[in-house]
Ligand binder design. Structure first.
Ligand SMILES: *Cc1c(COP(=O)(O)O)cnc(C)c1O
Length: 397
């Protein structure tokens, strides 16, 4: 097959991001919410490794109203790529980052007095023209970022009382929403409601409330608030085996490569560093140019598999930094240049992100986020390539 002109010079090992899948997933999540609720697409960590600017534009076009990031830098990247929508920094930021957040017109999440102090000082000294939007995060049991109940009224009162701040939201985050039978989620919602009640009693006008993550949306908990925040489900991956996706939702990313060399392996020969695989019989090996330097973890050695000609092909020996050898399945006649499916679906013989996570002893989030810059991202709409991000496109500025 002749390569497409826009893919000439792009590394054979590549991640293909289906922006139609992002749109379909956002649409399905959107429909799960009450009509008046807004969906925040969480695009932190480069949209879980998918490419934040492209995913963000697709998600906004499909009905997401705002974006969530973890750091000021992630928000600034979205602004630099021309995204004008509301962007909320969900994580804790340091006092010295507040000015940069304001300059990039990011909404800030406050969870303690010290950040609010820094924010109030910055909006005074930086001559920030616009109001700075603030979300107040309440810790209802995750014991991570967020204000404890006793401090919430005080913080909310200070935010409301500052003419330069816009009280944009009150939020909390679930610890175990991906375990549908875990009663703790209900306890967290009860605690959140109590705090909201205290604010109301103190005469504080309640801003947009948000609690649900993907698992909350999919299991219908915390979805009656004005905003819901979806991350992993936007990418078509269920938050856990117990929380299935909705009909029509599908994974947005697949990873492919090509056979770089056919490696005949005779009985008694070994493959790879430290000779951890030894052939008992003749095997046709295929060299695949991917390794742990790409995020294809060494723990897949002798355990993982890829798809060749629709069949699973197991990894022989160690995964090294840049290369992996797999066994061409018996009965398959593969040649150099044939497609290898590294992450995908059973039809291609490839493992899913969930299966790769099991092999790597982690969760699918970490599998996706771990896919490194070295793997180019190819963005597709209706089967057409619409953008390519190569390794050298990542240079800042
Ligand atoms: C990451 C994150 C989310 C998204 O979680 P998913 O499980 O991926 O849906 C939502 N809210 C906050 C505060 C987050 O940090």
């Amino acid at each position: 097959m002749t390569p497409r002109s826009d893919l000439v010079g792009v590394r054979a090992t590549r991640a293909i991001v289906d922006l139609d899948a992002i749109a379909a997933n956002v649409g399905a999540l959107r429909r799960r919410l009450p009509a008046c609720s807004q969906l925040m697409a969480v695009v932190k960590a480069d949209a879980y490794g998918h490419g934040a600017p492209w995913v963000s534009r697709a998600a906004l076009a499909a009905g997401a109203s705002l974006l969530g990031v973890a750091t000021v830098g992630e928000g600034a990247i979205l602004r630099r790529s021309g995204i004008e929508s509301r962007v909320v920094v969900l994580g804790s930021i340091g006092p010295t980052e507040v000015a940069a957040a304001c300059r990039a017109r990011l909404e800030v999440t406050v969870g303690d007095v010290s950040l609010l102090d820094a924010l109030q000082a910055a909006v005074r000294s930086e001559h920030v023209a616009e109001l700075v939007s603030v979300h107040l995060k309440v810790d209802t049991g995750l014991r991570r970022y967020g204000a404890v109940s006793d401090d919430v009224v005080l913080l909310a009162d200070r935010i409301c009382g500052d003419q330069r701040l816009r009280f944009a939201g009150m939020s909390t985050h679930f610890a175990s929403a991906d375990e549908p039978d875990e009663p703790f989620t209900v306890e967290q919602l009860t605690a959140f409601e109590q705090v909201l009640g205290s604010c109301r009693s103190a005469g504080i006008p309640i801003p947009a409330r948000h609690a649900a993550n993907s698992a909350g949306i999919l299991t219908g908990r915390g979805i009656d608030y004005e905003i819901a925040r979806a991350g992993i489900a936007v990418y078509g991956i269920p938050p856990s085996p117990e929380v299935p996706l909705l009909p029509g939702m599908r994974p947005a990313m697949r990873i492919e490569s090509r056979i770089a060399r056919i490696v005949p392996i005779a009985p008694g020969e070994s493959v790879g560093y430290n000779r951890t695989f030894r052939a008992r019989e003749q095997v046709a090996g295929a060299l695949v140019p991917i390794g742990y330097g790409d995020g294809y973890r060494r723990s897949l050695s002798n355990r993982g598999w890829v798809g060749i000609a629709g069949r699973p092909a197991r990894i022989l020996g160690r995964v090294s930094m840049d290369q992996t050898v797999v066994a061409i399945p018996s009965g398959v006649s593969a040649t150099v240049g044939d497609t290898v499916h590294i992450l995908g679906n059973a039809d291609d013989g490839a493992p899913s992100a969930i299966e790769l996570a099991e092999l790597m002893e982690t969760n699918p989030y970490e599998v996706l986020v771990g896919i490194r810059k070295r793997i180019p991202r190819i963005f597709e709409c209706q089967g057409e390539v619409v953008a390519v991000r190569k390794e050298d496109d990542w240079r800042e500025d």
